[in-house]
Design a protein around this ligand. Structure first.
Ligand code: ATP
Ligand code: MG
Length: 553
């Protein structure tokens, strides 16, 4: 069992303080994805943080779609996101919320800002606006439209909404400070004109609010207590607070930033993941090589394992890139005591047991897990011909070899000790078959007069079932594929990220439902493919993760 005790971090310290001082009686968080792609492992960190805090403090966590960029957002993405949050083991508070639920309220607040003299309609083009904005070292300049009267701005803003002006021809901006060292405060745009069909509001609106303006007000309307976001929003916090300070909103949430999760050998940017999908470098958002939640699920990762990973990496403000090994070991640790163990042979080599005797040579019952007798047992049958792994035989073995070699012995897992008498080769000299003899005195017993240390997995050829096994490796060959200034991340795609093998598996897995997980002894953890595996028919297993240690070297 995994330890699920919460790990302390600075956000918990802030919350503890707020509860102790009486600033808040309860904790209300939210997870605010934009439905413009599938969620990835970075989002999983944010989900575990926001929903996890709500759970630990008996508070609430809302799911709110940030749907303010209609041209990139789809219903498919919104549905996949809801599925992922639930699959990770969380349930949002009340209905799914959408920033678009607040479009009218946001509009009314914008008129309020205009009436207060704090917002104005600006006619600068995007390019002009950039020139006026200034730089990090240079102050910005006032827009020539900054001093428009309240009446004129109000009239123009209403006409923007009514569709009188072309896309991009006008914006609504707040009047803060063009000399601020924080560029986000240099009269930022809060509304733009964009004729684009919206997944929720259709064509009702042709003006859309900007993220910074929408997010803080949505948080306030939902009475979020702690609005947690990633560090790149630190410089936006003064704007978050400024907007809320001007308006009669029901609450003023506290924005707190933490560092993003980055993982070695992959990318966690929806834009880049989208590119991988659209350009067919992978088989979709749920390709098991993708760091998406859909991809990880299809590969066989468990929600518990992903949550454990989030617990282990913790929450802080320091930027760091986490090694894939941390994620893999959390998954392994979860699967270790959870899934049944069976045998599969991925790179088969035929072995003929020359002294096999019908009615004498016997199969044996074996448990599905050494520490969990309650998982039950199955019969492991034997026959004259068996499959072993090519790697478990060597013609010229290194010192200390405990597996098969001509003249050497090894135990078949759950069965007899066999001795290799001969290696049969083809015309090219490649070993295509072994001829071995059984020591019939060794079923469930140690051999007499000698020690046989090596144990190998195997399958009776006449009982084994054919299965397609998909072996996944890292998607990129570079630890930071998007960290190179003059090279595109696609240059680092690993051509060997997927190997498909025609393997043999135990009959015990014949009727496994899609998404059933197993340990294939000595090989790794595998999961019946969510889509392509057909119980009783075509069997398809994805390698979730390799085993750290195999029990026979
Ligand atoms: P991307 O850069 O992949 O497009 P995003 O931040 O634009 O991500 P959103 O859908 O806006 O994607 O993210 C929803 C929430 O998930 C936000 O609160 C965001 O801060 C958080 N989040 C996104 N990526 C990460 C990450 N790598 N690590 C931690 N949290 C993340
Ligand atoms: Mg975002």
């Amino acid at each position: 069992m995994l330890d699920t005790t919460p790990v302390p971090h600075f956000i918990r310290t802030i919350i503890d303080g707020d509860l102790a001082s009486g600033k808040h009686q309860t904790v209300a968080t939210r997870f605010p994805p934009e439905p413009n792609g599938y969620l990835h492992i970075g989002h999983a960190k944010s989900i575990c943080l926001n929903f996890g805090l709500a759970q630990d403090y008996q508070g609430t966590c809302n799911l709110r779609f940030d749907d303010t960029n209609p041209e990139k957002e789809t219903e498919e993405y919104a549905l996949a996101i809801q599925e992922d949050v639930r699959w990770l083991g969380f349930q949002w508070h009340g209905p799914v919320r959408w920033a678009s639920d607040y479009f009218q309220a946001l509009y009314d607040y914008a008129e309020e800002l205009i009436r207060q003299g704090k917002a104005f309609v600006c006619d600068l083009t995007a390019e002009e606006m950039r020139a006026y904005r200034g730089t990090l070292t240079e102050k910005g300049r006032h827009s020539p439209y900054r001093d428009r009267s309240v009446e004129e701005s109000l009239d123009l803003f209403r006409r923007m909404k009514a569709g009188e002006f072309a896309d991009g021809s006008k914006t609504l901006r707040v009047r803060i400070d063009m000399a601020s060292p924080n560029i986000n405060l240099r009269d930022p745009v809060i509304y733009r004109i964009k004729r684009s069909h919206h997944i929720r509001t259709g064509d009702a609106w042709c003006i859309y609010p900007m993220y910074d303006y929408t997010h803080c007000i949505s948080d306030a309307l939902e009475c979020i207590t702690h609005s947690l976001c990633t560090l790149e929003f630190e410089d936006h916090r003064p704007l978050y607070d400024w907007v809320l300070d001007q308006l009669p909103v029901p609450s003023h949430p506290q924005q707190i930033e933490f560092s993003r999760l980055e993982l070695h050998y992959t990318v966690t940017s929806k834009r880049k993941l989208n590119q991988l999908v659209m350009q067919h470098h992978v088989d979709g958002w749920d390709d098991p090589r993708m760091p998406t939640i859909h991809g990880m699920r299809r590969r066989g990762y468990t929600p518990e394992g992903i949550r454990e990973f989030a617990r282990r990496i913790g929450i802080s403000k320091s930027e760091n890139i986490v090694d894939m090994a941390v994620l893999e070991s959390a998954i392994r640790d979860d699967l270790e005591s959870k899934v049944p163990r069976v045998m599969a042979v991925v790179r088969p080599l035929k072995v003929v047991l020359t002294n096999y005797q019908d009615g004498v040579t016997a199969g044996r019952a074996a448990g599905f897990h050494p520490h969990h007798p309650e998982f039950g047992e199955r019969e492991v049958p034997i026959g004259r011909e068996i499959w072993i792994e090519q790697d478990d035989f060597s013609e010229a073995p290194p010192a200390g070899w405990q597996r098969l070699t001509v003249g050497g012995e090894a135990r078949l897992r759950y069965s007899y000790v066999i001795k290799c008498d001969e290696a049969v080769k083809d015309a090219e000299g490649k070993v295509v078959e072994l001829r071995c003899s059984i020591d019939h005195e060794t079923l469930g017993k140690n051999p007499v007069g000698r020690k046989v240390k090596g144990v190998i997995h195997w399958l009776s050829a006449s009982h084994a079932l054919a299965a397609e096994v998909r072996l996944y490796d890292r998607l990129f060959t570079d630890p930071e594929p998007d960290g190179h200034k003059d090279r595109d991340f696609l240059e680092f795609l690993n051509p060997d990220s997927l190997t498909v093998a025609q393997a043999w598996v135990e009959a015990a897995v014949r009727d496994a439902a899609p998404e059933t997980r197993y340990q294939f002894e000595r090989i790794g953890y595998f999961c019946a493919d969510r889509y392509d595996h057909l119980p009783g028919g075509k069997l398809v297993f994805n390698r979730t993760v390799t085993l750290k240690d195999s029990w026979a070297k």
